[in-house]
Write a protein that binds this ligand. Structure first.
Ligand code: SF4
Ligand code: SF4
Ligand code: SF4
Length: 294
């Protein structure tokens, strides 16, 4: 499938298919959240304007394949009325992804859905020098592979021990997948170097010996998929969702102003670049919200 940027396919999210006779129309569905009514309408539109087929994408959205050029304008209007407008592709901010987060997942540390929706309102579809993917996971299990995005956010939780109440039962030790917990002389010990701040132990101690600190947001930059995938670099970890949003704003502005067209962001970043971004962020956000230990 090729991407063309003239004529009807200049609409971001309208992708010319092989043979150039038909188009695939990609929708904007932030964090993959859609109502049943909207979904039914999308299915009806796929019948009316496509060939009755829908395709679910890796970025939590939906495509209607095989639409003719003549039908694209009417489909566009119908999708807008449905609240599922045509999405974005190519060198823009594309569909924002997020895991279910605190609303549904017992492992979640932060409200990934609300943050993703906020990011979508600010940045979705914006023209950028490079394709910009943003993903938000509410814990280090990283269900949306946010570290393979240009901007990734991962929710963390620092466990706080109250060893004087520990019974030494070992339940939390069983649950910690990082071998960061150990019972020594009947008391729980935490190995900070091994702990990845997933927060699982907080939910597992039956006696409330391990409690939750304030949630943190780990922010990564410059990840990419494709032929030569790369994990995004850890830029900073902060407390407070507003500070996390501020960091994202700084990173987005960086990409917009300094990104080089024709090259994936992940290939434009080196240690010096990361250092420059970090010092810019440190000058702009409240120092008390920077988690220096992570
Ligand atoms: S990333 Fe964590 S919180 Fe989000 S769905 Fe996966 S396990 Fe649950
Ligand atoms: S936060 Fe996660 S990694 Fe750290 S001790 Fe608890 S379960 Fe283990
Ligand atoms: S589960 Fe709670 S009580 Fe049991 S060893 Fe861990 S911290 Fe101590």
């Amino acid at each position: 499938m090729k991407l063309v940027t003239t004529g009807i396919d200049a609409l971001p999210g309208v992708i010319v298919e092989e043979g150039a006779q038909r188009y695939t129309v990609r929708l904007r569905i932030p964090a993959g959240v859609i109502t049943p009514v909207q979904m039914k309408k999308v299915a009806d539109l796929a019948d009316e304007f496509g060939t009755g087929m829908l395709h679910l994408t890796t970025r939590q959205t939906v495509e209607i394949p095989h639409v003719t050029e003549d039908d694209v304008p009417a489909l566009k209007l119908a999708l807008e009325e449905n609240g599922t407008p045509i999405g974005a592709e190519h060198e823009t901010v594309v569909n924002i992804t997020a895991c279910p987060g605190i609303e549904r997942c017992r492992l979640a540390n932060v409200d990934s859905l609300t943050l993703a929706m906020d990011i979508d309102r600010k940045y979705f579809g914006r023209d950028m020098p490079v394709k910009t993917r943003i993903g938000v996971s509410a814990c280090p299990n990283a269900c949306v592979s946010e570290r393979l995005c240009e901007v990734g956010v991962t929710g963390l939780l620092k466990p706080i021990r109250h060893p004087e109440k520990c019974t030494g039962c070992g339940t939390c030790v069983e649950y910690c997948k990082e071998d960061a917990l150990e019972v020594v002389n009947g008391v729980i010990i935490l190995n900070n170097d091994k702990c990845i701040r997933c927060g699982s132990c907080v939910h597992t101690c039956p006696y409330g010996v391990i409690t939750a600190g304030e949630p943190w947001y780990q922010i990564t930059f410059g990840g990419k998929r494709g032929r030569h995938p790369k994990l995004g670099r850890h830029i900073i970890t902060v407390s407070g969702v507003q500070t996390a949003s501020q960091v994202i704003d700084i990173l987005m502005y960086r990409i917009y102003r300094h990104g080089i067209s024709g090259m994936l962001l992940g290939d434009q970043i080196d240690d010096a670049y990361v250092g420059i971004i970090l010092s810019e962020i440190q000058q702009k956000i409240p120092p008390e919200n920077i988690i220096s230990e992570w």
